[in-house]
Ligand binder design. Structure first.
Ligand SMILES: [Zn+2]
Ligand SMILES: [Zn+2]
Length: 337
């Protein structure tokens, strides 16, 4: 089959690899659409430590089941022709964290497209348990958005906002715009959004942002008491510090964006103490894929606005450059045309 292969950091090839065979408990999915994100860029650049090379990346995908391995239980409802979205998480199920129900923190963490071959290919083998059947009205392109939605759902599950909370979201890329929609859906009274890119601010406004600005400090000035919930969706140290400064007394700061491992920020411990501020993180997907399927199916996400360009498999290097330069919102690859 045809696939996008990262041979080693910086070396990408569109070529042929053996077709995947379904192992016990697995199904093979003919990929309908696969989204590209910052993690793929880090994998291509050699900045995602768990990734072994060569690898076929691609962890945001949906498609059609074309083969079932031995022992796929009938209760999964999966058969040849089933339309599915796939949770890429591969938790070991045996470590201390998995046993506590926190599989996303698994000591032996793996994920399809990050540590084993993924979906920038015509076909991909996945555990049947990771495949979620799709309602007929959800297209593969829409369904390939479910994985980033499930990351945002986990973020909101972690944040536990209260009805009527005010929000600040720093960063209006795919994740910031998804968090905006979920915050509003979850009962935010208003959501202010900051981003350097004016086009993205315009999208945020169309999705219901109460106000937008290029500079967080400008939004902070308009909100004298600060925001109940501030989310950084950039991973930039300066943005995290500004988001922290914009948290209201008793409020919460969530670090959602991926910062470089060696990055450091300066936060006032006096404020954390005196203003009872909660600082928390959110990593990938946990018990949030099913809810994300339901949210996309019910129209909670404006997929028409989120999904921008779709490229053939040969366009994978171009798609990476689009992520690198912040072009479009969610770019996808359609490996089977
Ligand atoms: Zn992703
Ligand atoms: Zn584990």
């Amino acid at each position: 089959m045809r696939a996008a292969i990262i041979e080693r950091p910086g070396e990408i090839r569109i070529g042929t690899v053996p077709d995947p065979e379904p192992g016990p408990g697995e199904v093979v999915v003919r990929v309908g659409a696969c989204g590209i994100c910052g993690t793929d860029l880090r994998i291509a650049d050699g900045e995602f430590p768990p990734t072994p090379y060569p690898i076929v990346p691609g962890h945001e995908f949906a498609g059609e089941v074309v083969a079932l391995g031995a022992g796929v239980p009938e209760t999964t409802g999966l058969r040849e022709g089933s339309r599915v979205a796939v949770d890429p998480s591969l938790f070991c199920g045996r470590c201390e964290f998995c046993k506590l129900g926190r599989g996303n923190l698994c000591s032996n963490w793996n994920a399809i497209g990050d540590t084993v071959n993924g979906a920038f290919a015509e076909y991909v083998a996945v555990p049947a348990a990771n495949a979620y059947p799709l309602p007929g009205h959800v297209s593969y392109r829409e369904a390939a958005l479910i994985e980033p939605v499930s990351c945002a759902v986990h973020g909101i599950h972690r944040l536990l906002p209260r009805l009527g909370d005010s929000f600040l979201i720093v960063g209006a890329g795919t994740m910031g715009l998804l968090l905006l929609q979920l915050a509003l859906r979850g009962g935010a009274s208003r959501v202010a959004v900051a981003d350097l890119n004016p086009h993205r601010l315009e999208l945020a406004t169309r999705l219901g942002a109460s106000e937008t600005a290029r500079d967080v400090r400008e939004l902070r000035e308009r909100e004298p008491l600060g925001f109940d919930c501030a989310i950084d969706a950039t991973g930039a140290a300066r943005a995290i510090e500004q988001a922290f400064d914009a948290v209201r007394r008793g409020g919460k700061l969530m670090v959602f964006g991926v910062a470089p491992r060696e990055a450091r920020v300066s936060l006032s411990p006096f404020r954390i103490y005196n203003d009872e501020i909660t600082v928390l993180g959110s990593m990938a997907v946990l018990h949030s894929f099913g809810p994300a399927v339901d949210l996309v199916a019910s129209g909670a996400i404006d997929t028409g606005l989120m999904l921008t360009e779709a490229l053939p498999l040969e366009g994978f290097p171009r798609a990476l450059e689009m992520v690198r330069h912040g072009e479009g919102v969610k770019t996808q690859v359609l490996p089977n045309g």
